[in-house]
Ligand binder design. Structure first.
Ligand SMILES: [Zn+2]
Length: 397
């Protein structure tokens, strides 16, 4: 049986929760105290309901003063030193998760009504957490050793379970913004988790389509399961295939670079995955990020969005967990900006085809040394172009 990370929690001086996830076999933690004597929490933001769209908007004016691209010796995610007290009091750590000091949501927790009248705002309930992947200020997720990536996967499962049980939380969204072009404010390799008190617009839209399909299939199949089956049968947009997860560029990809990494069975979120599935997820995710970075001479900016099923019991059984990895990079020195059609209308126009992008990713994955790291899936292989006869187009269990 695989050894689990050691999980221990503490509190920062202003009461925020800090949780260490230590790789199996790491030396015992010191649990140093936070010496900063922070006074109180940042003022809570508010949620306003937009009647025109039926969507919530989080107003977090206090975030204007948050730390912006600090040098390494002032980094809040580096371990504390005798001359710099950071968010992480210990002199070293593996993975650390803590409540964001400048959260868009929270720290209060409350049920949000379905809507609010014009002129009335609610406290921005919910929770925002920061997930630091390593104590090393430089590098990126793709550089992590397999064991560490596996610890991050375990941390995301742990936090999803914990945040899902908080009062009023309706959806838990882990993600990573990578690169200054995406708007990161800290270079230190890290991700975030938002626990929303409402179902986000995108999750509502995807959830409605998923539920329609699920009902039509009499609850026997999910939309994403069906799509994965079709993509695997077609083959031309597949990027890699494992025993439990496969990655493909979706048929109607909207970003210059977009990959979906999807489990082979219906799992709602990180907490639904088995140990074996999490083992493989860490491996194929590292491979995927390595491929994305191998496309150009410089690191590719990306958003890694882990779509988990909302906690709504109607949407949950119909929704399959997946990663949506997107980049606005359309050439070595060019980015796609969301302009009129995309930003105002949500109508995407793309100048690359999904098939071309998949082919480029397969090419870099096929190069030596780009095989999945760590205890990779036995059945893992690079996907090949062209239709294949060994997939029926049905969902695979
Ligand atoms: Zn740092």
């Amino acid at each position: 049986m695989r050894r689990q990370p050691l999980i221990t929690g503490t509190r920062l001086s202003d009461g925020r929760e800090l949780i260490y996830f230590d790789d199996p076999g790491s030396p015992p933690r010191q649990h140093m105290a936070d010496t900063r004597r922070l006074t109180g929490r940042a003022p809570e933001g508010e949620l306003r309901y937009d009647e025109l769209s039926g969507e919530w908007v989080a107003v977090a004016a206090h975030r204007q003063s948050r730390t912006h691209l600090p040098p390494a010796d002032e980094c809040p995610l580096c371990p504390s030193t005798p001359t710099h007290a950071s968010e992480i009091p210990d002199p070293d750590y593996d993975v650390a998760v803590f409540e964001n000091r400048f959260p868009s949501l929270g720290p209060g927790l409350a049920e949000l009504p379905g809507s609010l009248p014009w002129g009335v705002a609610a406290a921005a309930a919910g929770r925002c957490e920061v997930v630091s992947f390593t104590s090393d200020h430089s590098g990126s997720f793709a550089d992590l050793p397999y064991e560490r990536a596996r610890t991050v996967v375990e941390a995301l499962a742990h936090r999803t379970a914990a945040l899902s049980s908080l009062p009023g939380v309706r959806q838990v969204f882990p993600f990573e913004n990578r690169g200054a072009d995406i708007g990161v404010t800290l270079h230190h390799p890290h991700g975030q988790i938002y626990a929303y008190p409402y179902v986000t617009p995108r999750a509502s839209q995807l959830g409605a389509a998923a539920r329609r399909f699920y009902d039509h299939a009499d609850g026997k199949a999910t939309l994403l399961g069906s799509l994965l089956g079709r993509e695997r049968a077609a083959g031309e947009r597949m990027v890699l295939e494992g025993s439990h997860f496969s990655a493909f560029v979706p048929f109607a990809a909207r970003w210059p670079l977009e990959v979906h990494l999807v489990p082979h069975r219906d799992a709602a979120d990180f907490t639904s995955l088995t140990g074996e599935e999490k083992d493989e997820l860490a491996s194929v995710y590292l491979s995927l990020l390595g491929a994305v970075d191998a496309l150009y001479a410089t690191p590719t900016p990306y958003i890694a969005a882990w779509h988990q099923a909302p906690l709504d019991p109607l949407l949950r059984p119909a929704t399959r967990f997946h990663l949506q990895l997107t980049s606005p990079r359309r050439a070595a020195d060019k980015l796609k900006y969301l302009a009129g059609s995309e930003a105002a209308m949500g109508a995407f126009i793309t100048d690359t085809t999904a098939e071309q992008v998949a082919e480029r990713l397969r090419a870099v994955l096929g190069q030596a040394g780009r095989q999945p790291a760590g205890p990779g899936p036995a059945g893992s292989r690079l996907a090949g172009p062209g239709p294949r006869g060994n997939h029926s187009g049905e969902d695979e269990a």
